[in-house]
Design a binder for this molecule. Structure first.
Ligand code: NAD
Ligand code: IPM
Ligand code: MN
Length: 353
């Protein structure tokens, strides 16, 4: 059986890091005898430029029938003007929602060799190893109504934050199952002191907790969690959060390894293809310079092999290769070094053998 992987390089450094991840994916597949074909498609700003739509029907069809999707990043100043009718980000959000990828896994660990790069003290970083389980298809990102309107007293912008019980239950279950395979702790993040959707969130998480007596659950408010994450990062195992809280906290956690460019993610649904992408965006400030850190994208390819293609050995081999490259001192610019994207990719390929 040949697995079909759709490649969505997207915009800015998206294309640069996706090319790196593609090379590593192909090398790992060859080494472990995994048959894959790659199908590049348009998404984001590039898709707007070429066909006037950030998520062309052809891309959707290709993704729906694929085994997995590997995405770089979308967005950039070119498509951000106040008169822009469609935004690149709509392509990504449409894909997540269209494929019902409600569970976004964002693992974060601190590398001992990179402790000096992180602004946190190294004793706070030792052993930091956590996973965000971010709800990805609901909450304020998608709630309706959503609009800007003119009123007699000026313009008004509206977003809607709502969660249905089943949306909370299914993401909570993912978090508890994952914690059961790790250190048996779930931290559920909410704003239950203010938001009704959070009060329901807390109740449903507690109900799911009764299905997992071996897992300890703690509830934390999002504001103090933002602080506690950087004061006590070692206390966290699995963090489950609604869409926007998970978005914000996961970028904050990039300070543990020292760069956003290192973080991978997997977006999974109940069935169908998974979507794999680094946590970072299109980084317009460094796009086109060949200096983007490719590791977040490369580790996303490892997650693709693990979760969608069920190739644990190949996934673990990529992760070991990345660990070795970092341990050997390879550093891109974001980590205080001088290596470019392709130099680091070549080192990972060499480690992979
Ligand atoms: P960003 O993640 O693109 O960049 C934030 C900072 O981190 C920048 O200084 C950037 O240079 C640095 N950085 C990010 N990735 C890096 C890497 N691999 N190597 C080295 N440095 C890296 O966030 P932003 O600047 O706020 O957003 C830029 C655009 O990206 C926006 O249009 C936003 O909507 C989009 N975005 C897309 C995604 C996605 O496609 N999944 C995610 C986040 C942001
Ligand atoms: C991310 C990004 C996206 C999000 C944007 C680009 C829509 O920030 O994947 O974290 O907010 O989910
Ligand atoms: Mn984000």
């Amino acid at each position: 059986m040949t697995a079909r992987v759709v490649l969505l390089p997207g915009d800015g450094i998206g294309a640069e890091v996706t090319e790196a991840a593609r090379q590593v994916l192909v090398a790992a597949a060859r080494k472990f005898d995994v048959a894959i074909t790659l199908d590049p498609q348009l998404v984001g700003g590039h898709a707007i430029d070429e066909v006037g739509d950030p998520l062309p029907a052809e891309t959707v069809a290709a993704c729906e029938s694929a085994d997995a999707v590997l995405l770089g990043a979308v967005g950039g100043p070119k498509w951000e003007g106040p008169t822009a009718k469609v935004r690149p980000e709509a392509g990504l959000l449409g894909l997540r929602r269209g494929l019902e990828l409600f569970a976004n896994l964002r693992p974060v660990k601190a590398y001992p060799e990179l402790a000096a790069v992180s602004p946190l003290k190294s004793e706070r970083l030792a052993g930091v190893d956590l996973v965000f389980v971010r709800e990805l298809t609901g909450g304020i990102y998608f709630g309706q109504p959503k609009f800007i309107e003119d009123t007699p007293t000026g313009r008004r912008g509206v977003d809607t934050l709502e969660y249905a019980e089943h949306e909370i239950r299914r993401i909570a279950r993912i978090a508890f199952e994952l914690a059961g395979k790790r250190r048996n702790k779930v931290t559920s993040v909410d704003k239950a002191n203010v938001l009704m959707s959070s009060r329901l969130w807390r109740k449903v998480v507690d109900e799911v907790a009764t299905e997992h007596p071996g897992v300890v659950v703690e509830h934390r408010l999002v504001d103090s969690t933002a602080m506690r994450l950087v004061t006590h990062p070692q206390d966290f195992d699995v963090i489950v959060a609604e869409n926007m809280f998970g978005d914000i906290l996961s970028d904050e956690a990039a300070v543990f390894p020292g760069s956003l460019g290192l973080l991978p993610s997997a977006s999974l649904g109940a069935a169908g293809p998974g979507l794999y992408e680094p946590v970072h965006g299109s980084a317009p400030d460094i796009a086109g310079k060949g200096i983007a850190n490719p590791i977040g994208a490369i580790l996303s390819a490892a997650m693709l092999l693990r979760h969608s293609l069920h190739q644990e050995e190949a996934a673990a081999a990529i992760e070991r290769a990345v660990d070795a490259v970092i341990a050997n001192g390879a550093r891109t610019v974001d980590l205080g070094g001088e290596l470019g994207t392709s130099a680091v990719t070549d080192l990972v390929l060499a480690q992979l053998g």
